[in-house]
Design a protein around this ligand. Structure first.
Ligand code: BDR
Ligand code: CA
Length: 312
């Protein structure tokens, strides 16, 4: 039976790859998308989610706008990475598909209370504000979530928005603290693994070679997205973050990690948003998350390219 998931997202070119990979995969049943402010403000992440679904011909997907700012403090965005629209690199028409009237947080709570307990997986690809807000408003849903598989954090690689913090956790460390403290099965795809999933001219050419408009769009996004990372990290290609969440669901054997304790620094000015990972088990703190560190990157790109080609 297909795994029921909700994607919680702030598209973002790499979020787009995660959404498309899920839509292309029969092993997954996408119950809906909740959008959140992150890479760009909420109005843009919601518009981008609609554009991505329309590109895939999936105007039936329910898109629920969620929180427009973190649980505490001001929103930090990342136009310097993703461009002004959040989806720079390939122009898509203004979307026509509807947006749900139901707030993303209400959708999360209602869906988790309606579906049989233990059957719905949450896939956060942005700041964890919607999930944190849902958990604080309706603590009963924690026991009904099958698992959470998220992109966020970095330990061995350090941070990408500050020396200590990865963007998604930095934007809303309070929400991340709630997610990790709720007793839910959590798997984390941090920078430690996504920095091993690098694009290359050959990998981009293979995606463009799909020969569809979707393939053109995807290649355009990768080229735009990687220009920033090549400049920043000096690597051959840019890392592709968010689709690792969906790829891990589809083929966990491509990945390797360890169950350990992960805590969030929420208050320090210097290290706010840092994910403190007890990889070596040097504390008695409870193991609360599986931290993924290694990946078969060639296997990942083969999977991604094959699935994108299915979308036509
Ligand atoms: C994460 O932050 C965003 O810029 C990306 O979409 C990804 O979710 C990487 O740090
Ligand atoms: Ca994202």
């Amino acid at each position: 039976m297909a795994e029921k998931i909700i994607i919680d997202t702030d598209p973002g070119q790499d979020d787009a790859f995660a959404i498309l990979l899920a839509l292309a995969s029969p092993e997954i049943e996408l119950l809906g998308i909740t959008t959140v402010a992150g890479n760009v403000p909420l109005s843009r992440t919601t518009e981008n989610a609609r554009k991505i679904c329309e590109l895939a011909g999936r105007t039936d997907v329910a898109i629920h706008p969620g929180c427009d700012r973190p649980m505490r403090g001001a929103l930090v965005t990342a136009e310097h990475v993703h461009g002004k629209t959040g989806l720079d690199g390939y122009d898509l028409p203004d979307p026509a598909m509807p947006v749900s009237d139901l707030h993303g947080v209400d959708f999360l709570i209602e869906t988790l209370r309606r579906e049989p307990a233990g059957t719905v997986t949450l896939c956060p690809l942005g700041p964890l504000t919607n999930i944190g807000t849902a958990l604080s408003r309706a603590p009963d849903i924690a026991g009904r979530i099958r698992r959470i598989v998220l992109m966020g954090g970095g330990f061995f690689e350090g941070g990408n928005i500050t020396p200590a913090a990865e963007f998604n956790i930095f934007v809303d460390p309070d929400a991340a603290t709630l997610v990790l403290g709720a007793g839910i099965e959590v798997t984390i795809l941090p920078l430690d693994v996504t920095h091993k999933v690098l694009t290359s001219p050959e990998r981009i050419a293979a995606i463009r070679g799909i020969g569809t408009r979707l393939g053109q769009a995807a290649a355009g996004w990768l080229e735009f997205f990687e220009r920033f990372d090549v400049e920043k990290y000096g690597s051959q290609g840019g890392p592709l973050h968010d689709p690792n969440v969906i790829a891990w669901l589809l083929k966990p054997n491509l990945y390797d990690g360890r169950l350990c304790n992960v805590e969030i620094e929420a208050d320090s000015e210097l290290t706010r948003g840092m994910t403190v990972v007890d990889w070596w088990g040097v504390t008695p703190r409870e193991k609360n998350a599986t931290w993924i560190r290694d990946v078969d990157d060639a296997g990942f790109f083969a999977l991604l390219t094959e699935r994108l080609a299915r979308l036509g």
